[in-house]
Write a protein that binds this ligand. Structure first.
Ligand code: ADP
Ligand code: MG
Ligand code: ZN
Length: 192
């Protein structure tokens, strides 16, 4: 790693289908073209489509290392790595904030993608905290599945008592603020 470099953090956030993974993949591909060493991480619980890659809804992909938590991520960063990508970062523990900051302090460029709101419209940590600490924040919007307006919200369309229903395209829609309704479909009471 070129230690003279100053590190920075970028957060790419927004609802499902807003192109967060696409943006992350685009940045990672460019780093690779520049022949700089890049590593991409994802939470191990997110095993949809493929185990050792991240795949966008538009079927772009890059290889990624599944990790259990932020501590494992930090352990697996190679010395020569200059750029670090993290996808689905909302599924990491809060320790991700310190890990990302220490990597940036050490001269790395860290690009973190994830949902900033859960399907009930509540801040989805650690993304909001990471966004306040980041040098760059890219807010991505989707297209409202109902009306076509810009969509900042994720609508769950199936009934489940889990906070997380992974990824399935048919379980969620992107919605604008007018079409989004967190009381629909009626969910069982969450014990949070
Ligand atoms: P995210 O990681 O934010 O969930 P992806 O990068 O995986 O999003 O996918 C973005 C792609 O999803 C878009 O380029 C488009 O091809 C597709 N897509 C499907 N539904 C929508 C929608 N409602 N709004 C925007 N893009 C959508
Ligand atoms: Mg994604
Ligand atoms: Zn709408």
């Amino acid at each position: 790693m070129r230690t003279r470099d100053v590190g920075w953090v970028e957060v790419i956030c927004g609802p499902m289908f807003s192109g967060k993974s696409e943006e992350l993949i685009r940045r990672v591909v460019r780093v690779d073209i520049a022949r700089r060493k890049v590593q991409v991480f994802k939470p191990a619980l997110d095993d949809r489509y493929a185990d050792r890659e991240i795949v966008s809804h538009s079927r772009l992909s890059v290889s990624a290392i599944p990790v259990e938590d932020s501590a494992e991520l930090l352990r697996l960063v190679d010395d020569e790595t200059e750029v670090i990508g993290v996808d689905e970062a909302q599924f990491f523990d809060d320790g991700l904030v310190e890990v990302v900051e220490s990597l940036a302090h050490g001269g790395r460029q860290v690009i973190v993608a994830g949902l900033d709101l859960d399907y009930l419209g509540r801040p989805f940590e650690p993304i909001p905290t990471l966004a306040t600490r980041a040098e760059y924040v890219t807010k991505a919007l989707a297209v409202c599945h109902r009306c076509g307006e810009p969509a900042n919200f994720t609508q769950r369309t199936v009934v489940s008592d889990d906070l997380v229903v992974l990824g399935a395209t048919d379980s969620y829609e992107a919605r604008c603020r007018r079409c989004w309704d967190p009381t629909e479909p009626e969910q069982p009471k969450l014990e949070l």
